[in-house]
Design a protein around this ligand. Structure first.
Ligand code: KMH
Ligand code: ZN
Length: 286
């Protein structure tokens, strides 16, 4: 059985401490949560950051502080968000790419997001893809709807993305594709050969989608960004608690857990980039 890559979506941009007091918000809280997440079995950290007031920000300096601290304490693959929070401009969202992180998200289409719109017109997608190419950042294609796979493949044709691609299916967002087994099957069958994929089930869909992905040979994203509860009416104590449950089930299913370095190998990331200068030396202009 192929090793299972677990991504920890540690805090997100929309969740609040009022909803779950265990949500890590500050740099110190995020680093502590990441250390625990790695110990529990995570290989990738999907990273959003907050400002001093706890509001979502895409400021490069804040990302830099987080990435430096996380790199000192963990071997996790840092995947910065280019989604940010709804309503942010393209330029604002693109900032952390200048830090040349190992990975970043790339949502290849616009989708309703609750009562809001997660805006990703072609100009945004192409801009992020160009920057990722320039800075040597591995994209994770975030797919909220089937058409977003075709959009990514158009970018491959245009020379802005390179196969094999890694996809993450975000299912169960109100306004996006529902989290059903049929939808997941359809999405997986729509991928080009050689792709890798994971599933992020939103809210109560997190666990069933994770189990399906594990059985189907895919990978899993869990964490408080996507789901604040461990079970109905019971808040999650931590990201690590959600990860530990996935690890227990994976063991029962015979899926070994990928270490961060094994995940790097599976995703075609260069180990040299992690241990090399780009991650430590901060931003560079093209
Ligand atoms: N906060 C959502 C609107 C991503 O990280 O790339 C977008 C998001 C996706 O979280
Ligand atoms: Zn995110």
């Amino acid at each position: 059985m192929n090793p299972l890559i677990i991504t920890c979506a540690v805090q997100g941009a929309e969740a609040t401490k009022e909803q779950n007091p265990n949500l890590p918000i500050t740099l110190e809280e995020v680093v502590a949560a990441a250390v625990e997440a790695e110990q529990a079995g995570a290989a990738i950290l999907h990273l959003h950051v907050r400002d001093e007031q706890g509001r979502p920000t895409q400021a490069k300096e804040v990302f830099q502080r987080h990435i430096e601290a996380l790199s000192r304490k963990t071997r996790l693959i840092i995947q910065v968000s280019t989604g940010g929070a709804v309503g942010m401009s393209m330029e604002e969202r693109a900032q952390p790419l200048e830090l040349a992180p190992e990975m970043a998200t790339l949502t290849t289409g616009t989708v309703n997001f609750g009562q809001e719109v997660f805006y990703n017109p072609p100009a945004y997608i192409e801009h992020f893809a160009r920057l990722m190419q320039a800075y040597g950042v591995k994209p994770e294609i975030e797919v909220f709807e089937t058409g977003m796979i075709a959009n990514a493949l158009r970018l491959v044709k245009a020379g802005l993305l390179t196969l094999p691609l890694h996809f993450d299916f975000v299912l169960g967002v109100p306004g996006g594709m529902p989290a059903t087994a049929e939808n997941l099957l359809h999405l997986v069958h729509s991928l080009p050969p050689g792709s890798t994929w994971s599933v992020a089930g939103i809210g109560r869909h997190q666990l069933p989608m994770a189990v399906l992905a594990m059985v189907m040979g895919g990978h899993v994203r869990v964490g408080l960004e996507d789901n604040l509860y461990y079970s109905r009416g019971r808040l999650a104590q931590s990201n690590a608690e959600l990860i530990a449950r996935v690890v227990r089930i994976a063991r029962e299913l015979g899926r070994p857990i990928a270490t961060p370095d094994e995940a790097r190998e599976i995703l075609g990331l260069s180990l040299a980039k992690f241990s090399g200068s780009t991650r430590w030396s901060g931003s560079r202009k093209l």
